[in-house]
Design a protein around this ligand. Structure first.
Ligand SMILES: [Zn+2]
Length: 277
């Protein structure tokens, strides 16, 4: 069990009513939250020795962690140092404080640049950590409305720099990072073959788990992949993208929606894992 699994259990334990999610009658895997027949835990990247220097801290809005569609858990599947807390206006949580004050970390708030004050440092291209520190990416996990509220009302985060990416350029960046990965790597054959393996990003096929405003259409896991790439961990970014595709596809199968996920998601993910571990 990782941090998001534990937070899920905790949040469920303090609920006075049963959280009513879509397809609430299905029997779910307690970890990935997919219907048991579609469980993806056996192929989780948590089974691999992923090399990373990054950490993530998920601040989750109220019932967000209970939503089966939440993708914050996919980050924790990949990155061992992922912490997850219920958001609160005040920093009453001593465990949260201990993480953000831990000297090994360089905390960064992941949020759109236009919300930054004039004096705030914002990384928009490459994340540069001070010598000897590891980036701790703080993600505000909830609906867009909830994320904005968390950003506004968490004064204890104001002292940290921000990381922001241009959503419109991100889709191109996904393609570029994969292509440049292919050059100089003997793991993959040609970039054109690799392109075929990518999700049909940019079409509505990818962003279908939860409808959000156009500019904020990236799921939490996809945003995490973007900042990992900005930190230079393009391989991990790609695993996370592919893992999200697997989740997205299986999730839609499990709720019997008309499936707009990538039918090759499982195959693409498995190929990449086989090549890299
Ligand atoms: Zn599962």
């Amino acid at each position: 069990m990782h941090a998001v699994h534990k937070l899920h259990e905790y949040r469920k334990s303090i609920s006075t009513t049963t959280y009513k999610s879509r397809g609430q009658r299905v029997v779910r895997c307690p970890l990935c939250q997919l219907a048991k027949d579609y469980c993806i835990c056996a192929i989780s990247p948590s089974n691999q020795q992923v090399q990373t220097s990054a950490g993530f801290l998920l601040l989750m809005y109220d019932t967000e962690v209970l939503k089966p569609s939440n993708t914050g858990k996919l980050i924790a599947d990949l990155i061992p140092d992922t912490f997850a807390f219920l958001w609160s206006r005040t920093v009453g949580n001593s465990e949260l404080l201990a993480v953000i004050n831990d000297e090994q970390w360089f905390p960064l708030v992941v949020f759109p640049q236009e919300y930054a004050s004039d004096t705030r440092q914002v990384f928009t291209n490459k994340v540069e950590c001070p010598e000897g520190k590891r980036p701790l990416f703080i993600m505000l996990d909830g609906s867009w409305r909830e994320a904005k509220k968390m950003f506004r009302k968490s004064p204890y985060l104001d002292r940290f720099p921000m990381v922001s990416f241009d959503a419109s350029k991100a889709i191109q960046a996904i393609t570029d990072s994969v292509t440049s990965n292919a050059i100089g790597s003997d793991l993959v054959s040609t970039s054109s073959q690799l392109h075929n393996k990518l999700s049909p990003v940019g079409q509505d096929s990818r962003y279908t788990v939860r409808k959000t405003e156009l500019e904020h259409q990236f799921s939490t896991a996809e945003v995490a992949a973007r900042v990992l790439a900005m930190h230079g961990e393009t391989n991990n970014a790609q695993i996370l993208d592919l893992w999200f595709d697997v989740f997205n596809y299986q999730y839609q199968r499990s709720v019997c929606q008309r499936n707009k996920g990538n039918v090759k998601a499982m195959e693409n993910y498995q190929d990449f894992i086989d090549q890299n571990f």
